[in-house]
Ligand binder design. Structure first.
Ligand code: GLN
Length: 529
């Protein structure tokens, strides 16, 4: 027993979870009795996975340590809508008993609450789905589980993934682990905060216009949005179907890459998933890209709205790449300034159609009030169930799709979409990746932008165009503010790399080059008790 414990760190937290799985082996019960101070979780997903694979720790021990950490830290962070206490331990027990448990054996993964799991609820952080139990697992969940991963719980997000701060959740606020008075970004803020705070070694999010890359940047971790079609969306609750994509979070590039490896690939259940071989992302990760050409788009040089310290960090990151032998080339993306407008038209149009199914009959909350007809039933149920931002978007989208406005707004936005895609195609003839900030600003204060939706929408200026064009993007830790504008608390800054379709392998390698030359990814917020 003592051999298996060697190498585990022990935290100082006294907190215990309520649910201890009675089916665990006597040795583990002995362990928790002996060490009432539970072991800390591992610093990275790869470390956790290796510890289980080598027998240094069992899946049950790792899951228990993770649940203990969640119990201790979660009250300050609010990353989870639900934690699968007993079920996670049951899954772990199965992994410990399995002969070939898979590449993610025993590794706890947190899942954004808009991805269906047959266990527990899938709420999309919305009152309208507050009691929804999905009848099936999303393909990504099945893939994670057959790779041996443990689904540890469902993370908070903006309602139906609409937002950039996780403040649009109907249930709770999620706090940024670097400064709990600030947002973690959004809409996958719970997943990003979970990984940042060490509540799970990895996490899944969804990215329709930046919801993986922006919270990854604000929390100082890695987040990757793959090419449209690289990962099955079967079981992802649709927000804007032509933009939605599932991706991964990790503290390091390798952590994000391994999860992506597991969830990527063709799925007969999603006709938009692409039938192309998934490269071995982890295998090539350590090979630097010789002669890497980094594109800098002059249109990204925003005169206003770009925080000075973000600009400086990104400039410094480009210099780091230069010192690693990369060539910096100027490119032009002339239609960038139309990105936000086109995105918020396409996304709201598709959302208004996708969300029509929540009417209290097909899906979702039904009003308890007496109603005189079906129309009143629909409208009352929807008015009670949807929050203000979702209602705003349904109205925007319905308006833009209505006869007389369809051509002026929706069709126009689709034309801009093509122009933006053409911009990228041309730019990638000159460079391998394009570098820019992930977010124009570091984490902002909770409540700072809630009264001004437009200023919130503008946070997405660097991320939406990748979804519009269907290309992959990754955000990696690239610096910290000096804390002068945040009560002395340094806030993380993210560098975004964009690449052509199906260039994930290249993006990951380019990201890893930066990681090996810098130490931003190894800093941790001081939230430990
Ligand atoms: N912030 C963007 C929005 O509110 C992006 C959301 C997302 O990627 N899910 O639509």
């Amino acid at each position: 027993m003592s051999n298996r414990l060697r190498g585990l760190h022990f935290g100082t937290c006294q907190c215990q979870i309520d649910h201890i799985d009675s089916a665990t082996r006597p040795a583990e019960n002995f362990l928790s009795f002996l060490y009432h101070q539970p072991p800390m979780t591992f610093d990275t997903l790869i470390a956790a996975k290796n510890a289980v694979a080598s027998g240094q720790v069992s899946a049950v021990e790792l899951v228990r340590a993770t649940l203990d950490r969640i119990a201790a830290v979660e009250p300050d962070i609010g990353a989870f809508n639900s934690v699968f206490n007993e079920d996670a331990l049951k899954q772990a027990k199965r992994i410990d008993d399995a002969k070939h448990p898979g590449p993610l054996a025993g590794v706890p993964i947190a899942v954004k609450d808009n991805i269906c799991t047959s266990h527990g609820k899938t709420t999309c952080s919305s009152k309208i789905l507050a009691n929804f139990h999905a009848p099936y697992d999303a393909t990504v969940i099945k893939k994670l589980q057959s790779a041996g991963a443990i689904i540890i719980g469902k993370t908070n997000c903006d309602e139906f993934a609409m937002g950039s701060s996780t403040e649009n959740s109907a249930f709770k606020l999620t706090h940024n682990p670097w400064d709990v008075s600030r947002v973690p970004g959004g809409s996958s803020g719970g997943s990003a905060a979970s990984v940042c705070a060490g509540l799970s070694p990895g996490a899944l999010g969804s990215d329709t216009g930046g919801s993986i890359r922006q919270p990854a940047a604000l929390c100082g971790i890695v987040g990757i949005k793959p090419t449209y079609g690289r990962v099955s969306r079967y079981g992802l609750v649709a927000y804007a179907s032509s933009l939605d994509q599932i991706g991964t979070f990790g503290r390091t590039v390798a952590d994000a890459a391994l999860q992506l490896q597991v969830i990527a690939g063709h799925d007969p259940m999603d006709s938009t998933s692409f039938n192309e071989l998934v490269p071995d992302y982890s295998a090539s990760l350590e090979q630097p890209l010789k002669g890497l050409r980094i594109g800098i788009a002059k249109e990204y040089n925003l005169s206003e709205g770009l925080d000075l310290q973000v600009r400086q960090a990104i400039d410094a990151a480009i210099e780091t790449y230069r010192s690693l032998g990369a060539v910096v080339v100027d490119v032009s993306l002339p239609n960038t300034s139309y990105g936000i407008a086109a995105y918020y038209l396409i996304a709201t149009c598709e959302a208004s159609s996708n969300l029509a199914r929540y009417d209290g009959v097909h899906f979702g909350h039904r009003t308890a009030d007496k109603v005189s007809d079906i129309v009143e039933l629909f409208s009352k149920s929807r008015a009670e169930g949807f929050g203000p931002e979702v209602q705003r978007r349904i109205m925007l989208g319905t308006y833009a799709l209505s006869s007389g406005y369809y051509d002026a707004f929706y069709v126009r936005a689709l034309k801009i979409r093509r122009l933006i895609k053409n911009d990228f195609d041309r730019a990638f003839e000159q460079c391998d990746v394009i570098a820019c900030p992930s977010s124009p600003v570091p984490a902002f204060k909770i409540g700072e932008k809630t009264d001004d939706p437009l200023s919130m929408y503008l946070c997405d200026v660097f991320t939406v165009t990748a979804n519009i064009a269907g290309i992959p993007g990754i955000s990696i830790p690239a610096g910290f503010t000096d804390g002068s504008t945040s009560d002395g608390k340094p806030l993380p800054i993210g560098l975004q790399l964009l690449g052509p379709v199906f260039s994930e392998e290249k993006l990951l390698r380019a990201a890893r080059m930066f990681e090996t030359a810098t130490e931003f990814h190894s800093r941790r917020p001081s939230i430990d008790h």
